[in-house]
Design a protein around this ligand. Structure first.
Ligand SMILES: NC(=O)c1ccc[n+]([C@@H]2O[C@H](COP(=O)([O-])OP(=O)(O)OC[C@H]3O[C@@H](n4cnc5c(N)ncnc54)[C@H](OP(=O)(O)O)[C@@H]3O)[C@@H](O)[C@H]2O)c1
Length: 365
């Protein structure tokens, strides 16, 4: 152990003793009141793992859906939410090399990031260049990867194509617009009234979905429809999105925002782990897209499945996105920063809607 490592270990150890180490736990599926803060000792990495002091964890609708028990990735109870994190390595488990204590890393653990400290397998980590704001960096891990891979790996967009982005002021939506502008694409974005200025600033024509019918509006504005629709709303909405396509166009279906209302299940039911109930409808629309005339297809996108099947893409794409952030070619919109112990308030704010950009949990003061 060199002097730098020893010094970092000593300061970490004293911080760990004096600070209360917090973690957020869901012990029952349900509303934001189910997010409980527990205090515990710092975890120690097992062989092959790396201990990380979390600097920033993203708050996203998939976290809310897991809390409600309806996301396909919902773990059994009790669990700690949090898809994405950026943190600093504090300790290496046996057999780990090529990572240094003090190094900043990012990861997509899918759950577990709402914690002061986490331990993750080394293969899950992507190095973060020095000097980036952890809140901005963490926005790339779930939202921008999702946006980038949908644009370039699912839809394979080409310069000048027309796209419609639903929820364009939200976390993934604003990422789609920033990355779409770099292509460049002709962009339209649905949002509520509070998001229209942000959507215009990001280079898209806003469509207030609460005031106007987006299918009619797209047909009026484009005289023929768009090449691609990015639909994170899900359910029957996918079918309406298909009607906004030109012949030969594609809907990329990737979310179930429409199954929530005010941050709770729109159906009113809750309390169980129902991971697959809402997925069947995707199959119906995908099959329908191929069977019906008009060559308007629906393709699904899932970051977690692509990461499992093609882990190298995740590393490659995230490293490239960090580079774009370092060069200031993208600038994630940070809607709010909450201390970790206020995870409940952060999810309540996201659930209320009208949030522009990404909500991030940062370390407790
Ligand atoms: N498949 C994947 O790999 C993947 C990865 C990440 C996220 N997701 C999914 O992506 C979706 C968005 O996640 P997020 O974290 O970006 O959420 P978010 O930040 O809350 O953004 C969602 C946005 O949708 C808007 N919205 C709600 N209902 C709408 C409607 N009917 N029409 C148009 N816009 C509407 C909301 O605006 P207002 O509140 O102003 O109405 C909000 O701006 C979620 O369903 C999530 O599960 C999927």
């Amino acid at each position: 152990m060199d002097v730098r490592e020893l010094a970092s270990d000593v300061s970490e150890a004293s911080a760990a003793i004096s600070a209360k180490l917090r973690r957020v736990v869901v012990a029952r599926y349900g509303g934001p009141e189910e997010l409980q803060v527990v205090e515990e000792r710092r975890p120690e990495p097992k062989p092959g793992e790396v201990g990380i002091r979390v600097l920033a964890a993203g708050v996203s609708l998939p976290d809310v859906m897991m809390r409600e028990g309806v996301h396909p990735e919902t773990p059994p109870l009790p669990f700690t939410p949090g898809w994405d994190l950026v943190g600093v390595v504090y300790r290496l488990g046996d057999g780990v090399s090529g990572v240094e204590p003090g190094q900043t890393v990012a990861a997509l653990p899918i759950h577990g990031a709402y914690a002061a400290y986490v331990c993750l397998p080394q293969g899950k980590l992507v190095s973060v260049p020095p000097g980036l704001d952890p809140a901005e960096a963490v926005s790339l891990v779930l939202n921008y990867i999702t946006a980038y891979q949908m644009l370039h790996r699912s839809a394979r967009v080409r310069p000048g194509q027309r796209v419609l982005v639903h929820g364009a002021a939200g976390g993934v939506g604003s990422a789609l617009l920033q990355l779409g502008r770099l292509v460049p694409l002709e962009m339209y974005g649905t949002c509520s009234a509070r998001g229209t200025a942000a959507v215009s600033d990001l280079g898209a024509t806003p469509i207030d979905y609460r005031q106007r019918d987006f299918v009619e509006e797209i047909q009026r504005l484009t005289k023929g429809g768009v090449d691609v629709v990015f639909d994170g709303i899900g359910g029957k909405h996918i079918w309406r999105s298909r009607r906004a396509l030109r012949r030969g166009g594609t809907v990329v279906a990737y979310g179930l925002t429409g199954s929530l209302q005010g941050g709770r299940l729109a159906s009113g039911g809750s309390g169980g782990r129902q991971r697959y109930r809402r997925l069947a409808i995707f199959g119906v629309y995908i099959a329908g897209g191929w069977l019906l005339p008009g060559r308007r297809h629906v393709v699904p996108y899932s970051i977690q499945w692509l990461e499992r099947v093609r882990p190298a893409w995740f590393h490659e794409d995230l490293t490239m996105l960090f580079d774009l952030l370092r060069q200031q070619r993208i600038k994630p919109l940070i809607a709010a920063r909450f201390p970790l112990s206020e995870a409940r308030q952060a999810q309540e704010l996201l659930g209320k809607g009208g949030v522009v950009g990404k909500i991030v949990l940062v370390r407790d003061p």
